[in-house]
Design a binder for this molecule. Sequence first.
Ligand SMILES: [Zn+2]
Length: 142
Amino acid sequence: MYQISRSIYRELEAEITEGRMWGDGPTNHERVLRACEAALHRLTTDRHYFARPSRTLFNDIRSYFPMSAQLHVYRVVDRYLGFAAEYLATRPTAAMELTGQKLDCRATTRKGTPCQRMPLPRNGYCPSHQHLAETEEVVLAA
Ligand SMILES: [Zn+2]
């Protein structure tokens, strides 16, 4: 994930406008890199609640690029975040390996405690709680 945020940054680096937007503080280059890292971190740890990662990251960094570069910026962001999302979706343990945190099912048990079973990468629920993912899709589709 760290490599992906670096790759996004490297592809866009040349187009970042120079200078600092607010006097002191980080340069535009640093801000873009931090925003990429934050987006990838969130994608890794909170993927199921991160609805539109490409749009979010693009909105975070677009002001550091000239108007003429906006489309390219969006395409680069979207391409790399697509890779990242696919990687996480196909490797159940990837997020755990990357963050060192154990993944738990998103559901709450009947006793009111968080379910601690291993979730499926597809939707973040364990096999016994798959029905919750289905209800969620219905709600989202409505
Ligand atoms: Zn569960």
